[in-house]
Design a protein around this ligand. Sequence first.
Ligand SMILES: NC(=O)c1ccc[n+]([C@@H]2O[C@H](COP(=O)([O-])OP(=O)(O)OC[C@H]3O[C@@H](n4cnc5c(N)ncnc54)[C@H](OP(=O)(O)O)[C@@H]3O)[C@@H](O)[C@H]2O)c1
Length: 335
Amino acid sequence: MASSSVPSTMKALQIQKQGGLEVLEIHDVPVPQPGPGQVLLKVEWAGVNFIDTYLRSGLYKKETPFILGNESAGTIHAVGPNVSNVKVGDKASGYLATGGGYAEFALLEDSKIVKLPSNVDTKTGAGLVLQGLTAWTLVKEAYEVKKGDYVLVHAAAGGVGLLLCQMCKYLGAHVIGTTSTTEKAELAKANGAEYVILYGKGESVVDKTLEITGNKGVQGIFDGVGKDTWEDDFKVIARKGTIVTFGNASGAVEPFAPLKLSAKNIKVVRPTLGNYVVTREELDRYSNELWELLAKSVIKLSVHKDYSFSAEGIKQSQIDITSRGTTGKLLIKIS
Ligand SMILES: NC(=O)c1ccc[n+]([C@@H]2O[C@H](COP(=O)([O-])OP(=O)(O)OC[C@H]3O[C@@H](n4cnc5c(N)ncnc54)[C@H](OP(=O)(O)O)[C@@H]3O)[C@@H](O)[C@H]2O)c1
């Protein structure tokens, strides 16, 4: 193993039992050792994601104990055998399919780590790697957005939502965003939404979307809200359109009968980033494209707030992201 000196223990947000906010505790745990094809990252920034709340609460079941956090950036501190993409001292970011990011050191698979270009700092790297790759694979693979399309982006001022608005506009689509407040609506518009509908504020997503599209509906829907928006998605999707359901911010979508699709011959996909970016080639392709979008100012990172690496800081980040008070990206400053 090539490395700088590695301490034996570190601070980490380790969940010992899934549950309420009280399970968010910092513990002293052993520093993991990189095996073949693995690297040890000295974490500077960790990205907050809605999935952290599902993994904390138990909506997504996971064997305990585990260290929370799926998105980190920092400096490569040690590399195991058979790692050729990064070396000790490189600045890198990665998404951690199995968690471990809310810690002073994080273990990553070589196939999930990206060396940062010199114009991307570690804060931006942590802020974009998971949500940016998610948004980009959604618009390229889940529903390939085409010039002239009308697309509906729910929670358009959120972390993934703002990136989706910017990317869909870049791809030539007319973006209809939904959000809950006028401030969020302004932000979504500044990031590429041509129209914004204030759901839950007396504006009907169905009526407005049909009015905007001349009753045809939208070709693609990107829905990370889930339960609350799901049924209306079927009313505003165009014939042969695609509903991309990729999250559960308002709760999980209920099972449904496939016959429901035949009314307009539509497709429903339920993707996750971890199954779009599996191989080194997939990671290289999508991350290179992502940094290119950033360099061309097609996308920018919009940071809501930096939180401290403490039980209180991480609790507050989860209270904030679930209470609909945030826009864009939330980050934890680790070191
Ligand atoms: N499939 C994947 O690979 C993948 C990867 C990353 C993220 N995701 C999913 O993408 C979605 C967005 O994630 P994010 O981290 O970017 O979060 P986010 O969008 O920044 O925050 C969630 C937003 O959802 C909206 N929302 C609507 N109903 C809500 C409710 N009942 N409770 C809380 N929020 C509600 C709120 O926006 P308004 O106030 O505007 O309604 C809120 O700001 C999540 O569902 C997440 O699980 C999926």
